[in-house]
Design a binder for this molecule. Structure first.
Ligand code: NAI
Ligand code: MG
Length: 356
């Protein structure tokens, strides 16, 4: 029987609460399928670890993770640890070390999910945002000069390499071709006269190899407006790291909220493990109350199954999430319900058994 080795980093706040439910679902999938299973290894890294050891993960953390088939992450961040430390020293280091240059974020309004937009039907919001995940505005390049002096200056560089742009844009074209969808490029070449002019050039160059893919280009400010006004314009969207980060939170807001938004950090060549996570943070405001919505982390488990080639199971999990939402009996408070995190996970598991 094929065993997938999964490194689980539950992290901080609601991270462990929601990850438990995803693990339950994955275990149920393997039990029902019978041809593959999971070996979960838990790593207690994150802010608590930092407060004890001065590091978010051990020095050889990346080496420890290297041999796994995938990483399943909850969330990191806690009051008392600066966010740039918790983010950089765990999440961003993993993304970079393992060259997870694709951040794949479905923005899909499921049946029964709340949508704050009026007059929008389920079919109107069904897109995948392909966010560049290795460089751009999050490259970590810059300097801090004359710290604390009156002439203090900070510089944060945005890094756009040809290889970096080509690979994410090509990935998006391939996805659009495979799924016979349109591709919208989101950039900002009017104001960012180097980086985004270059990005657009690469987008158009690569596009010549994909005459079958229908493309659109939008400036990011206009794209934000259309996410709200006419989300049906979008199918596959490709954009830079910063724009993708912001646009996908907007995407989450129009498609059910943070409790329903998942993201995959992919190394498409599979040279290194890819990482799957709900896109929300550690939600300190609700942590420890057992009311965090686990559906985003369950959705990210379905992305993991897709990546392993078990797309049929990925689809079953999405259908189960949809069933949880439409039945409406077992929902966490963010979706207007009264159920706990584990009750929602249990409901998903029993629907999974019934669906199979
Ligand atoms: P957040 O995503 O943790 O919370 C934003 C809002 O959404 C809060 O009101 C929260 O209660 C709600 N929320 C989030 N997840 C939820 C869930 N599963 N169910 C129900 N409601 C949910 O973002 P925030 O507050 O900006 O950041 C909190 C901490 O998380 C910070 O330390 C931040 O750096 C970190 N963070 C970590 C991320 C990661 O690990 N990938 C991503 C974003 C933030
Ligand atoms: Mg974000």
């Amino acid at each position: 029987m094929k065993k997938y080795r999964i490194a689980v980093i539950p992290g901080d706040g609601v991270g462990p609460e929601v990850i438990n439910e995803g693990v339950k679902v994955l275990n149920k999938v393997s039990e029902l399928d019978g041809t593959f299973g999971f070996d979960f290894t838990f790593f207690p890294w994150g802010c608590e670890y930092y407060l004890e050891n001065g590091l978010m993960m051990p020095k050889d953390g990346i080496d420890q993770l290297k041999e796994f088939d995938a990483i399943y992450l909850g969330a990191v961040g806690a009051p008392g640890v600066p966010d740039h430390i918790s983010l950089w020293d765990l999440l961003l280091i993993i993304r970079k070390s393992f060259d997870q240059y694709i951040n794949l974020r479905p923005v899909k309004l499921l049946e029964g999910a709340p949508c704050p937009l009026t007059g929008v039907k389920k079919e109107d919001i069904d897109m995948v945002v392909v966010r560049e995940n290795s460089e751009g505005e999050y490259a970590g390049s810059g300097s801090w000069l004359y710290k604390g002096k009156p002439n203090e200056v900070v510089i944060q560089n945005a890094v756009f390499s040809r290889v970096g742009c080509e690979r994410v844009i090509r990935y998006a074209y391939e996805l659009a071709r495979k799924e016979k969808k349109t591709l919208t490029n989101v950039s900002k070449a009017n104001a960012l006269n180097y980086s985004m002019v270059f990005w657009d050039e690469v987008f158009n160059e690569i596009g010549r190899e994909y005459p079958d893919v229908r493309t659109y280009s939008l400036l990011v400010d206009a794209a934000s407006m259309f996410f709200v006004k006419q989300p049906q314009r979008f199918q596959i969207v490709v954009t830079s790291n910063l724009f993708g980060d912001i646009l996908t939170d907007l995407g989450a807001a129009i498609a059910g909220g943070m409790g329903l938004a998942a993201g995959a950090n992919l190394n498409p060549e599979r040279k290194f493990p890819s990482m799957f996570e709900p896109i929300h943070g550690s939600a300190p405001d609700i942590a420890g109350k057992s009311i965090a919505n686990p559906l985003a982390s369950i959705w990210s488990a379905s992305q993991m199954l897709d990546f392993f080639g078990h797309e049929e199971w990925g689809k079953v999990i999405i259908a189960v999430i949809e069933q949880v939402l439409t039945e409406g009996q077992t929902l966490t408070p963010d979706l207007g319900g009264k159920s706990s995190t584990s009750e929602v996970g249990d409901a998903a598991v029993s629907m999974l058994s019934a669906a199979y």
